[in-house]
Design a protein around this ligand. Sequence first.
Ligand SMILES: *Cc1c(COP(=O)(O)O)cnc(C)c1O
Length: 357
Amino acid sequence: MLNFTVGPVMSDNETLAIGGEQVPYFRTQEFSDIMFENEFLIKEFVNAPVSAKTVFITGSGTASMEAVVMNVFTSSDRLLVIEGGSFGHRFAELCDIHKIPYTSITPGPGHIVTPEMLAPYEGKGYTGLLVNIHETSTGVLYDSKLLGDFCRRNAILYVIDAISSFLADPLDMSEVGADVIITGSQKVLACAPGISIIVLSEKALKRVYDHETKSMYLDLKNALINAERGQTPFTPAVGILRQINVRLRSIKKNGGASSEIARIKLQAEDFRSKIQGLPFEIYSESMSNALTPLHPVNTSAYDVFLELKDNYGIWICPNGGHLKDTLFRVGHFGAITSNDNDTLIAALVDLQNKGKI
Ligand SMILES: *Cc1c(COP(=O)(O)O)cnc(C)c1O
């Protein structure tokens, strides 16, 4: 099976080996040291300010999205939510659930956010902005600098869900002035799903400390207190945190975040050059290196997904909802290579020869 989805993706052998080991007891100095190193390397890879802190939540990316909405904001806030696809919509739903007032900016599937779209919200008293910097559902990469400048000008707390963009696209927390960055274990980190990660700036930390959160499991204050000694309040996904450690160390050894981003960029460019001539249209105004969103001109996108899965042993990533027949996505991260791209392209050419795409 060859996996070109957008998570979980294929792990390298070193990461896989950890999955086969016994899970160690974790209230130990040894495990704390792993957690300190994880925090250190995550902060390094997003260029977080020294004063920033990181928490590791046992739960998929959405758990950290919810933890941030609950712990950083209150009903006295007024947020802007970039709602360009299903992940943006998730932020809006979280605001509804937690009764945080918000206004959605809706660039439409495949479209970027422009300065003109932000202009009506300048100086209007908004206090936070939530964005999935790579809207994974349609494959649009927003401009983190443009949004950061807007937030800085308006003294707005800037929250970036970079779950599918971290280590695929350059992201500099200090330069863009982000207050929160969220990522997860099963995207470019290419580990098992189950851990999500939140980096908080000093400004965001102050909000968390001042806030009384109505949750036991997603109380970031408690998580931060425990993180000071390299621990978590409750039993974390110990095995995945060990996998993350192996991956972060290996990325560091190979040149750090910029080398990993360059590797994924090459993988994306290789694929994008090889699909020229096939009956697909690229769906997005501005792509992440993480994936290519494709619209098949002659057939249902979902049928392409089924054909590849059932007859070639290859997974691409289908879309759901109203985009199910319009769009599929091909991921460029995890343990895949240019040769794997060739295998996928050969399958697509075969489908074309059979008149199926
Ligand atoms: C994958 C992803 C998430 C998290 O989804 P989970 O299924 O909860 O891990 C959130 N936001 C974006 C942009 C994603 O790509």
